[in-house]
Design a protein around this ligand. Structure first.
Ligand SMILES: Nc1ncnc2c1ncn2[C@@H]1O[C@H](COP(=O)(O)OP(=O)(O)OP(=O)(O)O)[C@@H](O)[C@H]1O
Length: 372
């Protein structure tokens, strides 16, 4: 069921036309991870949804009801910000309870709800502490508990893990999807961390200068990015990008990369004769110790273990760099690197971007599963 729907939203600040005709929908139990460069409009979008600010045009619907003109308290929207914003003189219990107290909920019910949500967030043992007596992780959970206590229909999380340490951030990344699913609200999760967006979002939205460059499930963002910029941001290790110009030859559509013509599938024909960037994900580069048909000689410069996969840093005779990944067990054969290897590139899975404006010109035929 669509819980939150944004229709034709526009907002300007003087001459800055931030949002123009923006629309999207988030279902109950679904999380939209909102990423994008600083100043793109992420915070303003949350403020508009929370009712702290009104749009110039367009509407915001929660469960199909237009909430235009409805104040923040009456909107059924829970909010947690990166700076926690806890009341310093109140205990964690009272901070969490505050939205229910403001509504005049009876004491026994408040206690019941706080106990329940504190257990969910594993902060039941610090409920009598004041914020200064809480760790950053506990503060962050307290702020989240306060946002969840009213069982809001829409939950807005503005980079809630930015101020917590790496270990807690990792733990929360694993826990949050379960919490968000239990809360059964439409969640919008703002993050500057692209890996976090991929891990937490059912949908990932990239907001740039008040415009959604793309809203799609994470696997689609990875395999079918709208632009070279998105392809570059979402992928670790990063996508290889090489200038090229697809040409039609007697052998079919080809590109010359690393001084060698390589076949391109026919669905890349739209890019024929254009200055492009070919994007090759490191997992589509195979590296071996034996020369074979179609393989290219490279110098292997370094091997970096990366949990289950290793990253191989390669350079050809002309000095052009290439990243590849392979299962870590296979990488044992390469030692620490610094020797000659042979590389084959799966150009059928490549992406093609316009070199001038970065827009995607051609994508692989079907969405591929997200690489490990
Ligand atoms: N009250 C205001 N008056 C004028 N311009 C504003 C106002 N509030 C925000 N802006 C402008 O709107 C744009 C979007 O701001 P916003 O805070 O939403 O960006 P953001 O994507 O959240 O950035 P960050 O990632 O740095 O938090 C910015 O260019 C900002 O300068």
């Amino acid at each position: 069921m669509t819980r939150l729907e944004i229709r034709n939203l526009s907002k300007s600040f003087g001459s800055l036309r931030l949002f123009h005709d923006v629309g999207f929908a988030v279902a109950a139990g679904e999380t939209l991870a909102l990423a994008g460069p600083s100043g793109g409009g992420k915070t303003i979008l949350l403020r508009l949804i929370a009712g702290i600010m009104e749009p110039d045009e367009g509407s915001i619907l929660i469960d199909g009801k237009d909430v235009g003109g409805v104040g923040p308290e009456a909107r059924d929207v829970g909010v947690a910000f990166q700076n926690f914003a806890l009341y310093p003189h109140m205990t964690a219990f009272e901070n969490i309870a505050s939205p229910l107290r403001a509504r005049g909920t009876e004491t026994a019910r408040v206690k019941e709800r706080v106990t329940e949500v504190a257990a969910l967030l594993k902060i039941d043992h610090v409920l009598e502490n004041q914020p200064r007596e809480l760790s950053n992780g506990q503060k962050q959970r307290t702020a989240l508990a306060r946002a969840l206590i009213r069982r809001p229909k829409v939950l807005l999380l503005d980079d809630p893990l930015r101020n917590v340490d790496a270990k807690l951030r990792y733990e929360m990344r694993l826990e949050l999807p379960r919490l968000l699913a239990v809360a059964d609200c439409a969640a919008i999760y703002v993050t500057q961390d692209y890996r976090e967006a991929m891990g937490l979002g059912d949908l990932v939205g990239i907001l740039r200068a008040g415009r959604f460059e793309q809203i799609a499930p994470p696997a689609e963002i990875y395999t079918r990015p709208r632009s070279v910029e998105i392809a570059r941001l979402f992928g670790d290790p990063t996508i290889n990008l090489l200038p090229c110009r697809p040409e039609r030859t007697a052998e079919g559509l080809q590109v010359e990369i690393f001084g060698r013509p390589m076949p391109l599938p026919l669905h890349f024909a739209a890019a024929e004769g254009r200055d492009c960037l070919i994007g090759v994900r490191p997992e589509h580069v195979s590296v071996g110790l034996q020369n074979g048909p179609g393989s290219l000689p490279f110098e292997l410069n370094a091997v970096t273990p990366l949990n289950v996969r290793a990253v191989l840093f390669l350079r050809d005779a002309a000095g052009t760099e290439l990243l590849a990944t392979c299962p870590e067990d296979d990488a044992l054969a390469f030692g620490r690197g610094h020797h000659r290897v042979f590389v084959t590139i799966d150009t059928s899975r490549a992406l093609l971007f316009d070199r001038e404006n970065g827009q995607t010109l051609a994508l692989p035929a079907a969405a591929q599963p997200l690489a490990a």
